[in-house]
Write a protein that binds this ligand. Structure first.
Ligand SMILES: [Zn+2]
Length: 215
């Protein structure tokens, strides 16, 4: 009989890349998106599982940053103070559950104002990276819309899409058209995906290799 102890060889040790920052869209990613804007705390409804996902994300010792277009401010529908009130409410909910949101970056402009911060422009992501000191190329941005995907790409960070927003059919089509797009059901699935890849010693960033080859 052969009694050779056989152990599965561990994979070659390699650097496991926890992202330097986790950037999250708001409407359609952590709360229910409304066509008529979230105007009050009552209208701010967390998506199922989002709070647990935020708590799980807080286990990564990296900044968790919300990146959100809120043109309702520029349209005169909401004041900055009202938005801040909604976000204070959100942050207390998250804190009470054991999670955290470290910063919230908001574009208050209307699309016609041509600002550099409204997604799909990368301005908000770039400001967050500059002010908080993380590398966008080592960060992920989770969103529910094509503009989130484009903003992530423009900023050089890893886009991850979820199906929980009103653009679910569009992002599903994008995932068909562009192999390599990471599209998951919801924020909790993003946490699972991150944990699985990290447990397997895989970087989260190899799928961003859509950069043109150097020649
Ligand atoms: Zn803006």
């Amino acid at each position: 009989m052969t009694a050779i102890a056989h152990r599965d060889s561990p994979p070659l040790l390699q650097t496991v890349h926890v992202p330097e920052a986790i950037l999250l869209d708001r409407d359609g990613t952590i709360n229910v998106e409304r066509a008529d804007y979230v105007k009050t705390i009552d209208e701010f409804v967390l998506l199922a599982g989002a709070l647990d996902a935020l708590v799980a994300l807080a286990m990564f010792a990296v900044p968790i940053v919300l990146i959100t277009n809120q043109s309702a401010i520029g349209r005169g529908i909401l004041t900055r103070g009202q938005i801040d009130g909604i976000h204070d409410h959100l942050c207390s909910l998250v804190r009470a559950a054991g999670g955290r949101i470290d910063a919230i970056y908001i574009c208050p402009h209307r699309p016609d104002e041509g600002c550099s911060c409204r997604k799909p422009k990368p301005g908000l992501l770039q400001s967050a990276a500059a002010e908080m000191g993380f590398d966008l190329k080592q960060s992920i941005f989770v969103g529910d819309s094509i503009t989130d995907y484009q903003a992530a790409q423009a900023a050089g960070c890893m886009p991850v899409l979820v199906r929980t927003g009103r653009q679910a059919p569009k992002v599903a089509q994008l995932a068909v058209d562009e192999p390599g797009v990471v599209l998951l059901d919801h924020l909790s699935a993003v946490v699972d995906w991150m944990n699985q890849r990290l447990a397997a010693g895989q970087t989260l960033f190899e799928m961003t290799s859509s950069a043109p080859p150097v020649d």
